[in-house]
Design a protein around this ligand. Structure first.
Ligand SMILES: [Fe+2]
Length: 283
C-alpha cells in the first residue's frame, strides 16, 4: 500500500479499507464524501507493469485525452480511432500495440468491476475512465475548480499503471479552507459570486495560480507514494492535491446526481454555500 509521509500541520484524512471485503467496500462512500483519501488493502489492479513502463504516449492533445473505452469498442467493430498508435508509441511494432489493447481491456474491466462494487447509492449511467499514458511533473497544488459551476457530484478513483511509485502531494480539504480562510476573501465576492466561483477564488487565494513554480504559496503537504497497480479514491474537488510525478495512470471520474449522495449536504457547492451563509448571516 501507499507510503504516506504526514505533515503534522494538516489533518490526517487517509483511510484504509480491505479491498477484498464486500462489507468494507460498501462503507467507502461515506468516507469518500467525508473528504478522505481512501486506500485499498489487499487489492490492486492486475496488469503488466514492466510493459507499461516500457513506453509512453506522446504528450499531444489527442493522446492526453485517450478515449480508452471508445477506442476498444470501435476497434472491435473494425474502426481504428488511433491508426498511428503502433508508430507513435511502439516503434511501429503492431504486436506490442495489440498487447497494449489486450492489457487496457483487462484494466478497464477491473476498474469497472471495482466501481460497481463500491458505488453504493450512486447510480452511474456510464463510468468515465480515462487512461493517462504520458508523464506529469510537478502540477500546482489545487482543488479541482472549473470555468463553469458543475452542479453534479463526481466519483473518482485513481490507479497507478507503472512499475515505479506515483507521487502525489495532498494538502488542505475544502472544509478546512472554508472554515479558516473563506473570511479572508472580499465580502462583496462572498455576497455576489456563485459557489463554484467562490471555490475558484479560494483555491487561488490559498494555493496561488496555475504556475506552480512561481506562485507556490508554501502550504503544508502530505507526501504519498502509490505503489504499482495501487488503487485510491479521493474527491479531487474537496482534497487539495498535486501530482508531483507519475508516468501512466487511470483516472476515473463518474458523474453522480447530487440526490444520490449518501449526504447531499456534503456536496462541494453545498459546503461552500453553507459556510458563506454562516459568514454573511451569523446566527
Ligand atoms: Fe486536480
Amino acid at each position: 500500500m501507499a507510503l504516506i509521509f504526514r505533515d503534522p500541520r494538516l489533518p490526517d484524512y487517509f483511510a484504509e479499507i480491505d479491498g477484498t471485503d464486500p462489507a468494507a467496500l460498501k462503507e467507502l462512500i461515506p468516507l469518500y464524501e467525508d473528504e478522505k483519501v481512501i486506500l485499498l488493502r489487499n487489492r490492486k489492479i492486475d496488469f503488466d507493469a514492466d510493459f507499461f513502463a516500457s513506453f509512453q504516449l506522446p504528450p499531444t492533445r489527442e493522446y492526453k485525452k485517450f478515449k480508452a473505452f471508445q477506442y476498444l469498442d470501435e476497434y472491435a467493430k473494425g474502426n481504428d480511432l488511433y491508426p498511428s498508435l503502433a508508430k507513435d508509441c511502439f516503434g511501429g511494432d503492431r504486436t506490442r500495440a495489440a498487447y497494449f489493447r489486450e492489457q487496457l481491456g483487462s484494466i478497464l474491466r477491473q476498474v469497472v468491476s471495482l466501481l460497481n462494487e463500491t458505488a453504493g447509492p450512486y447510480r452511474i449511467d456510464r463510468q468515465r475512465v480515462t487512461y493517462r499514458g504520458s508523464p506529469t511533473f510537478n502540477e500546482n497544488l489545487h482543488i479541482d475548480v472549473y470555468k463553469e459551476e458543475i452542479p453534479t457530484h463526481h466519483f473518482r478513483v485513481f490507479v497507478n499503471l507503472d512499475s515505479a511509485h506515483r507521487i502525489w502531494h495532498t494538502s488542505w480539504r475544502l472544509s478546512d479552507m472554508l472554515r479558516d480562510r473563506l473570511a479572508e476573501l472580499p465580502r462583496k465576492d462572498l455576497e455576489s459570486l456563485n459557489a463554484g466561483d467562490i471555490n475558484k477564488a479560494l483555491n487561488f487565494h490559498v494555493f496561488g495560480g496555475l504556475n506552480g513554480l512561481y506562485e507556490d504559496m508554501k502550504q503544508p503537504r502530505h507526501l504519498a507514494f502509490f505503489e504499482p497497480g495501487e488503487i485510491w479514491f479521493v474527491d479531487s474537488r474537496t482534497v487539495a492535491h498535486q501530482i508531483f510525478y507519475g508516468r501512466q495512470a487511470i483516472s476515473s471520474e463518474s458523474v453522480v446526481e447530487r440526490s444520490n449522495m449518501a449526504d447531499p449536504a456534503r456536496h462541494y457547492l453545498a459546503r461552500t454555500d453553507a459556510r458563506r451563509q454562516e459568514l454573511l448571516c451569523p446566527a
